[in-house]
Design a binder for this molecule. Structure first.
Ligand code: PMP
Length: 435
């Protein structure tokens, strides 16, 4: 019996058959099999930075304040804790450097989800049919791409450089799709706006308005909204307090015409809590809450209350400052190790991004090197004892994904293992180059 007949016999839906596990799950299995492996693959946060004492203290408050504990341990609402949603809006106002209260009107369009992953998934359920088209930065968050594939959606990558997605290239692609009569199928544009997974780069400040305006303009031409997903999972993790992140895409569309702002506490606080937050365009909150209501009628309320308490007296921000300092140090170690192995970026045909925040570095090798799991380099790297994410996972189906990139994440390994991890990778790469 072939795999496809077996799947047919399982009676799976179209989407059940189309869906494959995220490629990282397979890679993680190899990692677990070898305890000496240094994983520069997993997008895990630094375990040393997890807020164990802080969360412990907050949970301990429940013992002294049973009313608070009972409230936290009860079901919440489908949209999630209003207190935490207000706090997040206030946080966005500070980040975007607008007056307090500016975003108050958007409160009705906010919700809390089980990680931002659930928000992206709900948005996809609410908006996308098989055959629809979604345009993404190139490369982009590979789990999002998996989600699109599972829904039978066509993904097209738009030219992206060290300043993020190029809005002119987006406009050209949209015009091309309009000319071929396909604009009607374009439902979303998605970008990872800051310290991107996988490249570590952020969308330049002066590209933001052209991006929002391009999406608005083509929404009008299409005769219905194209949603602009602002995946801001790494917002708030910038290394330089003197160089704050540019205003969000939401700041350029506070009325909610096109922008869906997706956030998470997974990177700044704890992925184990899986708390995501979103502000969605006008008219979408109803369908999203209906879908969520049918799915789980609300995400874990306990976690939302813990986060509210952490944000209430700035313990959250203190914690985030420590997280950022830890990642900054790790970024420095990784970049120094790369330079030690290969000389300055670009000098031997190998170049890398210099992230200003977050936890990813994107490596570009000569085009002749296939970094994919089917290629020789990946196997060599595993033999040397280091794991990375092949860059090809991070590209839309169209145009044909390049295969000579690598995503490195410095989240999980301790500082002491990072240089060794890069040294192992360099040995594998040199071995491949010498062939
Ligand atoms: N977006 C991006 C770009 C991410 O890297 C991640 C986590 N790896 C998420 C969304 C989702 O994270 P979570 O569901 O934990 O909030």
């Amino acid at each position: 019996m072939t795999t496809s007949t077996r799947l047919a016999e399982l009676g799976l839906s179209d989407s059940g058959r189309r869906t494959t596990p995220p490629p990282i799950s397979t890679l993680m299995q190899s990692a677990l099999a070898n305890p000496n492996l240094i994983s520069l693959a997993a997008g895990f946060v630094d375990p040393e930075t997890l807020p164990t004492a802080l969360v412990g203290d907050i949970v301990a408050e429940f013992a002294h304040d049973p009313a608070l504990g009972r409230q936290a341990l009860q079901y919440g609402s489908t949209g999630g804790s209003p207190d935490l949603r207000w706090r997040m809006l206030a946080e966005m106002e500070r980040e975007d450097r607008v007056a307090e209260g500016t975003y108050a009107a958007a409160f009705e369009r906010t919700l809390l989800t089980t990680g931002s992953q659930q928000l992206l998934s709900l948005a996809a359920d609410a908006l996308l049919d098989p055959g629809d088209i979604v345009l993404v930065d190139s490369p982009t968050y590979f789990v999002f791409l998996g989600m699109m594939a599972s829904r039978g959606v066509r993904t097209i990558g738009i030219e992206t450089d060290e300043g993020g997605l190029n809005p002119e290239a987006l406009a050209e692609k949209l015009a091309e799709l309009e000319a071929t009569g396909e604009l009607a199928r374009v439902k979303m544009v998605s970008v990872v706006s800051e310290h991107s997974n996988p490249t570590g780069v952020s969308l330049l400040a002066d590209r933001r308005l052209p991006l929002v305006e391009t999406v608005r303009r083509f929404s009008e031409r299409a005769g219905r909204r194209i949603v602009l997903i602002e995946d801001a999972a790494y917002r708030g993790l910038g290394f330089d307090p003197e160089a704050p992140e540019p205003p969000s895409l939401f700041a350029l569309d506070p009325q909610g015409e096109v922008v869906l702002h997706a956030r998470t506490f997974s990177k700044t606080f704890s992925p184990g809590m899986k708390v995501g937050f979103g502000v969605v365009p006008v008219g979408l909150i109803g369908p999203l809450l209906a879908l969520k209501g049918n799915q789980d009628f609300g995400s874990a309320h306990l976690n939302q209350v813990i986060l509210s308490r952490a944000m209430a007296n700035d313990r959250y921000h203190e914690h985030r400052r420590r997280v950022v300092a830890a990642y900054r140090r790790k970024r420095d170690v990784v970049l120094e190790a790369l330079e030690e192995e290969f000389g300055p970026s670009g000098s031997v045909g190998i170049s890398w991004t210099v992230p200003q925040g977050g936890m990813y570095v994107w490596l570009t090798l000569p085009e002749t090197i296939d970094t994919g799991p089917q290629g020789d380099l990946f196997e060599r790297a595993c033999r040397e004892g280091v794991l990375y994410v092949p860059g090809e996972f991070c590209f839309a189906a169209e145009p044909t994904p390049p295969r000579h990139h690598i995503r490195l994440c410095y989240g999980l390994p301790p500082v002491s293992a990072l240089s060794e991890g890069i040294a192992r990778l360099a040995t594998a790469i040199r071995g491949r180059l010498d062939q």
